[in-house]
Design a protein around this ligand. Structure first.
Ligand code: SOE
Length: 395
């Protein structure tokens, strides 16, 4: 076996549920597919329960387990802290890690409040001046088709952008008996569908168009206001529930219109009640010279309409985004064999490690995460302002 003389980069991950599992998969596989300047080493995973954290270390491939995230950050073999916990702990862990000189990759949304996101961004800016970097984990930027859409828009292939239509549709809480998991609790998650999945479409829309949202007009709705309490460890599959119920204090759905810095207008919808839609992150952009459309449920495809063609020939055509010339694709399988959800995280950690090695700020930065956080806050403020909602007169 050839010796691997690359310097190592020790990773310490906090949290081992759904996001921790998929981040672990990314760290485990990234070196096998991408030629990185550093060799990531899965040094330690952190969690509260000794038994469950030890089991996660064994199952997910981490060398050690820690039950206190402060000790995980302090370890000499940890140079990167990967935060996969609910939003209520992001700020504390990220700021402590950056101050300890550790690079940070943090799950989305960046924080539960704008104030926390601001403090995190300030800490990231201070750390960057010492060569220590931070990234917020908006993984869908690393879908090859989404990265390609950004390239084509930046090249001007859509001309002047007029419309952005973005949806993130899931249905995993449509059952009113689905328990009150942490993603349905404001103190843990910050908001409901808005922050959990709306944050992704806000980031994706800004990333693809190269424009940012300048204003919104919103409404939110909570369809099921009381739910059975969940067992402590319940995740997306619900797990077991108790006979007791609790109040849902977050939105089940968030809908808003928006203006973009470059003059485009947008319509956004985030819901976990779209029965039959499992992970439909969809975005369509219409410009003067053409349109692009994407749906994560067919994530290897990008639809392109070239409006400069004669009307008799034009129309949406499907591009299978698996060619070696497409973003990230050359590292994987032969054309047409396709990628899945997990690969977006592998691409994310690849780009993160490369940025650290290059001494360059990774993207999306904490400042980008803060920009999304400000949009989330604006949506909530707009939705709370009923004076802006015009009631239709009864005849
Ligand atoms: C649940 O809605 C969830 O796991 C989100 O939290 C993730 O960010 C998204 O990628 C998939 O759905």
């Amino acid at each position: 076996m050839a010796a691997d003389d690359r310097p190592t980069l020790g990773i310490g991950m906090v949290g081992y549920a759904f996001m921790g599992r998929v981040h672990s998969q990314a760290w485990r596989s990234v070196s096998a597919f991408f030629d990185l300047p550093y060799r990531p080493v899965m040094a330690a995973v952190g969690g509260r329960s000794e038994e469950a954290t030890a089991a996660a270390a064994r199952d997910l491939g981490w060398a050690a387990a820690e039950t206190d995230w402060r000790e995980l950050i302090a370890r000499d073999d940890v140079q990167v802290v990967d935060i996969c916990t609910p939003g209520d702990s992001h700020a504390e862990i990220a700021i402590a890690a950056l101050e300890a000189g550790k690079h940070v990759i943090c799950e989305k949304p960046l924080a539960n409040t704008v104030a926390e996101a601001e403090a995190m961004t300030e800490a990231a800016e201070r750390a960057a001046s010492r060569g220590v970097y931070a990234m917020v984990a908006f993984n869908y930027r690393r879908v090859p088709a989404i990265a390609l859409a950004r390239q084509w828009i930046a090249e001007g292939r859509l001309g002047r952008l007029h419309h952005v239509r973005a949806q993130y549709l899931q249905d995993w809480i449509a059952d009113p008996d689905f328990p009150l998991v942490w993603r349905l609790q404001r103190d843990k998650a910050g908001s409901g569908a808005l922050g959990d999945i709306g944050a992704h479409i806000i980031d994706t829309a800004q990333f693809i168009t190269g424009q940012h949202l300048t204003g919104v007009s919103a409404l939110t709705e909570t369809f099921v206001t009381r739910r059975p309490l969940a067992e402590a460890s319940a995740g997306l599959s619900g797990g077991s529930r108790t006979a007791e119920t609790g109040t849902v204090d977050v939105d089940d759905a968030a809908l808003f219109t928006a203006r973009f810095s470059g003059g485009a207008v947008g319509v956004f919808e985030a819901t976990r009640f779209a029965t039959g839609r499992k992970n439909a992150l969809r975005i369509e952009v219409n410009g003067s010279a053409g349109s692009l459309a994407f749906d994560f449920e067919a994530m290897n495809e990008l639809w392109f309409h070239d409006h400069t063609l004669p009307a008799a020939e034009a129309g949406f055509r499907r591009v299978i985004v698996t060619e070696p010339d497409h973003p990230y694709a050359a590292a994987w399988w032969p054309p047409g064999h396709g990628l899945g959800y997990e690969h977006t995280f592998t691409h994310e950690v690849k780009d993160f490690v490369e940025a650290i090695a290059a001494g360059a700020a990774p993207s999306p930065s904490f400042a980008d995460g803060l920009r999304v956080q400000r949009v989330l806050a604006a949506v909530e403020a707009s939705a709370a302002d009923s004076s802006r909602f015009t009631t239709v007169e009864e005849s």
